[in-house]
Design a protein around this ligand. Structure first.
Ligand code: ACO
Length: 195
């Protein structure tokens, strides 16, 4: 087994493990018949969530269980999205390529529908880059999934290091995995080196 610090992205897998193992079997839980095996328990799961958030929990994972697999959920649609993002990221091997030990990744940028087109996203992204600099990050990265996020990243000095055209990203039967309406054409992995 490999021993890894439990990060928040592993929460779902950890909770599933606990539902199937700890919740039903721990002696006091068992004594009061707290849960059937596999059943959720809201209060106990809140305790798990805050404990994981402390960043001090450790897990033993089987040899071939990659972090990417841990991050997968049981939702196939969600998995499609994270399969493209993780596989491209893994190929790019940014830590080695850019010789950095930490990267600030802008994972989600979102603006209220009513407030779009006023430059808010660009300002938020610029501030994220400042936060990266202030915290000593040498690389800022985003998986820009659409034309607007790509425009924002470019205008803030980020460079495209990989593009995957959606009409060329096919499943095993040769059908595009994502039907993304225009103006969005591709996933662009974008980075900016920081001083
Ligand atoms: N049509 C044409 N151009 C647009 C549009 C639009 N509907 N919306 C934004 N743009 C252009 C702007 O003109 C601007 O370009 P410019 O600086 O050359 O003029 C650029 O895109 C950025 O505009 P902002 O006003 O800063 O962006 P906004 O505040 O509207 O937010 C965002 C953009 C975050 C993409 C918003 O549309 C949104 O929340 N979309 C849904 C979530 C999403 O797709 N997020 C990005 C995914 S990638 C990631 O999260 C890492």
């Amino acid at each position: 087994a490999r021993f890894v610090t439990i990060t928040p992205d592993m929460s779902e897998a950890v909770i599933l493990h606990l539902r199937n193992n700890f919740f039903a079997d721990e002696p006091l839980n068992k004594a009061v018949s707290l849960c059937e095996r596999g059943e959720p328990h809201a209060a106990l799961e809140r305790l798990c969530a805050v404990t994981i958030a402390d960043g001090l929990s450790v897990a033993a994972v089987e040899g071939d269980t990659s972090i990417e697999k841990i991050q997968q959920s049981s939702d196939e649609k969600y998995n499609k999205i994270f399969t493209i993002l993780y596989s491209v990221s893994q190929e790019l091997d940014l830590f080695n390529t850019f010789q950095v030990d930490k990267i600030l990744e802008c994972r989600i940028i979102s603006v209220d529908q009513q407030a779009r087109g006023r430059g808010l996203a660009k300002e938020l992204m610029a501030r994220s880059i400042d936060i990266a600099k202030q915290n000593g990050f040498k690389l800022f990265k985003a998986d820009a999934t659409g034309a607007f996020s790509q425009r924002i990243c470019s205008s803030l000095g980020m460079e495209v290091i990989r593009t995957v055209r959606y009409d060329e990203y096919l499943d095993s039967s040769g059908t595009p995995v994502f039907n993304v309406p225009p103006p969005h054409e591709a996933l662009a992995i974008m980075v900016r080196k920081l001083p």
